[in-house]
Design a protein around this ligand. Structure first.
Ligand code: PBG
Length: 338
């Protein structure tokens, strides 16, 4: 019997299932890996003592007072997470969001308690005003243009002041999320002048005006009281070209890490950012709505939460994200093992 040499690379010589038959081989050839070290957990802090209020639309997530936040972070430090990002909910809000720029504001207070509680835990802070203003917009508003709008340039100095307050209170990194033009340059300038030349900025560079922020606005009590955020956040129909321009500008202004937000509905934007800026650390925010959808479906018995969550996080990494901000960070660390 003669054996014909087979030189073609199609069936039956090639059988792609060979790489899937043995779980150990599947594991060996897996190209996308998830690690707790890439995940950042958002946490919500509000004034008081011993306060722990569950956020209805985001089961397993709480608004916590600084004392409990410190305990929480100490516990989280053992999970090997990449870090946490803090959002503040002040008791009193006003037109300019003054709690955000005060050294006795809620985030500053939380940082002073949390940093010593777990020095090795990376503490990032969200730098924006929507949680602090009584109107819920991301900076002070004015009608100088003939209609009520966030005053971009007045917001810049306030953002710089907020970032410096956070840095002095112990933040390891600041993350501006307001989509104001010039925000990264203003914050870089403020930090440098105050002696924080070493403190990195993770910019929410391509942030879309998304319906998927709904549950977060309940969590942070930050829904705009009039209008919406479409005058500053990107139009969901805007293509990658505009997103790349946003990112380029933020990099030119000094951003160290860039972010695309939300994640799952914008994987195309993530992929473009990965390919266009291969040398820049890229983050994705797996936002509240992406989390709540799966939670709700799982609670109805329609989806397996762990499988759907890990698949989501894997897809976000596969699209190119180095870092994922996600409400599953803690659960994922448990699911993945250390
Ligand atoms: C603004 C901010 C928002 C989120 C993070 N930072 C809300 C918004 O722009 O309305 C949303 C995060 C989420 O939905 O999980 N400070």
């Amino acid at each position: 019997m003669t054996i014909e040499p087979r030189t073609n690379s199609s069936f039956p010589t090639t059988r792609l299932r060979r790489l899937r038959y043995n779980p150990a081989v599947r594991e060996l050839v897996r190209q996308t890996r998830l690690s707790p070290a890439n995940l950042v957990l958002p946490l919500f802090v509000r004034p008081g003592r011993n306060v722990r209020r569950e956020i209805a639309a985001m089961p397993g997530n709480y608004q916590m007072s600084p004392d409990l936040l410190a305990e929480e972070i100490r516990r989280l430090a053992d999970l090997g997470l990449g870090g946490v990002i803090l959002f503040g909910i002040p008791d009193a809000k006003d037109a300019s969001g003054s709690d955000a720029t005060s050294a006795s504001g809620i985030v500053a207070e939380a940082l002073r308690v949390a940093k010593p509680a777990a020095a090795q835990m990376l503490l990032v802070t969200d730098v924006c005003f929507c949680e602090y203003t009584d109107h819920g917009h991301c900076g002070p508003v004015s009608d100088a243009t003939g209609r009520v709008d966030v005053d971009n340039d007045a917001t810049l100095q306030l953002l710089a002041a907020q970032a410096v307050v956070h840095a002095r209170a112990g933040a390891d990194m600041v993350a501006p999320s307001g989509m104001m033009d010039g925000m990264v340059a203003a914050i870089r300038g403020g930090l440098d002048e105050a002696g924080f030349t070493h403190l990195p900025i993770m910019s929410y560079a391509a942030k879309y005006a998304s319906a998927f922020y709904g549950p977060f606005r309940e969590a942070a009590e930050s829904a705009p009281q009039f209008g919406d955020r479409r005058g500053y956040q990107m139009d969901p129909a805007a293509g990658g070209g505009q997103a790349m321009r946003e990112i380029e500008l933020d990099l030119a202004e000094g951003a160290d890490i860039i972010m695309v937000k939300p994640a799952l509905p914008y994987l195309d934007i993530l992929r473009q950012a990965r390919d266009r800026f291969p040398g820049v650390p890229l983050a994705a925010y797996n936002v509240s709505g992406e989390f709540s959808m799966i939670k709700a479906a799982a609670r109805s018995g329609w989806l397996d939460e762990k499988a759907a969550a890990l698949e989501s996080l894997t897809a976000i990494r596969r699209a190119g994200a180095d870092i994922i901000l996600t409400y599953w960070a803690q659960d994922a660390a448990g699911w993945l093992g250390k």
